[in-house]
Design a protein around this ligand. Structure first.
Ligand code: FE2
Length: 424
């Protein structure tokens, strides 16, 4: 007997609705009509069924840290956020970090986000957050693919202890090597940190994901070093560059040289529209820059562009529920990507593209893939973004792990009643 059959699923790339059969945690058949019995049958009634949302850029050690705090990031700048986090860090205990992470993950799951790469600050000498999130990763493994990225928040060279802390974090089992070259003391030290961290990744056989050029400075050009070191160390396809906001302000001629370098290195580029719309352009008067990286141009160049959520209720972002459709929705506006194909590509940026950057095995809706899927209260990716659609069912390894009732409003005009769910 099958574990699950999803009937009448609208799948991207199929002209007709399909049935999906799942057994032992895998998709075993996709066809217009599947006979047989299953422990559970879900009728998608022609709605969009998608692989889970993937958040390839998050900060789980800081998430929900603002809850109950009297202080906020009043200027809305990256630098006040880093200073505020520096003040909050000593108050963080393993118990609190775990509690907050698990609460956030219950939201992520309800939103259908089942794979997350989280940066974890390694500059605390006790590595409290590292140890707490390693435990969370193991505890939540049946439900969520959680990758940890060792993030030297205070600078790999600027913090005198960061090199040793990085090695300890990796020895404990952190998955990915991070960095923050634009926060080092000088451009030269930033470039040096990129070289050292790429060499470390090559030595240890790990992926890299650096916070890179997260500023409005048109001359912050660490992504150039990252592309160069990626090729030199043979890390093509295993390195992500996160944020890249300085590319917004760079000279167009220089960008025409930079994009092919990034493509040649197989860099994955991660844009965080919700958070960088808040943080960037804060030193401008008017006009104010959006400060997001050049996603449209990257996609045209064959660079794997992804979108991340980055933060929820922490020193850098005061809102959020870990909803990747909200991220894509902001991307449509702030990246000027409102064409139909462009909106479809932003849906890919919060699903398949990000899965590729994380190197997830068995991701997708194909026979043989993990039976992980989300049934949305929308018919296609564009409608899903427009509605930031309700996740009716979230399935992990063939089992429903989250359900949300259909959202409908009842409108009464004179004596006549009608129901609306905003679909067309
Ligand atoms: Fe970040």
């Amino acid at each position: 007997m099958l574990d699950l059959i999803v009937r009448q699923a609208n799948l991207v790339g199929h002209a007709q609705p399909q049935d999906i059969a799942c057994r032992n945690g895998r998709i075993v058949e996709i066809s217009p009509h599947i006979e047989g019995e299953a422990a559970r049958i879900l009728d998608a009634t022609g709605r969009l069924v998608t692989p889970p949302f993937v958040d390839v850029h998050f900060h789980m050690d800081a998430t929900l840290a603002l809850v109950g705090q009297p202080r906020r990031n009043e200027s809305g700048t990256l630098l006040e956020g880093i200073a505020l986090w520096g003040d909050l860090k000593p108050e963080q205990t393993a118990v609190r970090i775990k509690e907050r992470a698990l609460k956030l993950l219950s939201w992520s799951i309800a939103r259908g986000t089942l794979a997350i790469r989280t940066h974890v600050d390694i500059c605390d000498p006790n590595l409290t957050a590292v140890e707490a999130l390693l435990e969370v990763r193991e505890q939540m493994r049946p439900y969520v693919d959680l990758q940890l990225c060792a993030f030297p928040q205070d600078g790999y060279l600027r913090d005198p202890n960061a090199r040793e802390q990085m090695a300890r974090a990796l020895d404990l089992g952190v998955d990915v090597i991070g960095g923050i070259p634009h926060f080092e003391r000088t451009m030269a030290e930033g470039a040096e940190s990129v070289r050292l961290l790429c060499e470390l990744a090559a030595e240890r056989g790990l992926r890299v994901d650096m916070h890179c050029d997260e500023s409005d400075d048109p001359l912050s050009r660490h992504v150039e070093s990252l592309a160069c070191q990626t090729v030199r160390c043979g890390l093509q396809g295993r390195v992500s560059a996160s944020h890249l906001t300085s590319m917004h302000s760079m000279d167009n001629y220089y960008v025409s040289k930079l994009l092919p370098l990034m493509a040649e290195a197989g860099l994955h580029a991660i844009c965080n529209p919700l958070v960088n719309m808040v943080l960037q352009g804060r030193h401008d008067t008017y006009p104010k820059r959006r400060g997001l990286t050049r996603v449209k141009e990257m996609l045209a160049c064959g660079i794997n562009a992804c979108l991340g959520h980055d933060d929820v209720l922490d020193p850098w972002y005061p809102l959020g529920t870990h909803d990747m459709l909200e991220v894509a929705h902001m991307g449509v506006h702030a990246l000027h990507m409102s064409g139909i194909a462009e909106m479809q590509s932003l849906f890919q940026a919060v699903t398949a593209n990000s899965a590729r950057a994380m190197g997830l095995e068995g991701y997708g809706i194909e026979t043989g893939c993990h039976a992980d899927l989300v049934i949305l209260q929308a018919s296609d990716p564009v409608e899903a973004i427009r509605l930031r659609a309700n996740r009716l069912f979230v399935v992990r390894r063939g089992t429903v792990i989250a359900e949300t009732p259909e959202v409908r409003a009842r409108v009464t005009l004179d004596a006549s009643e009608q129901e609306v769910d905003f679909t067309v």
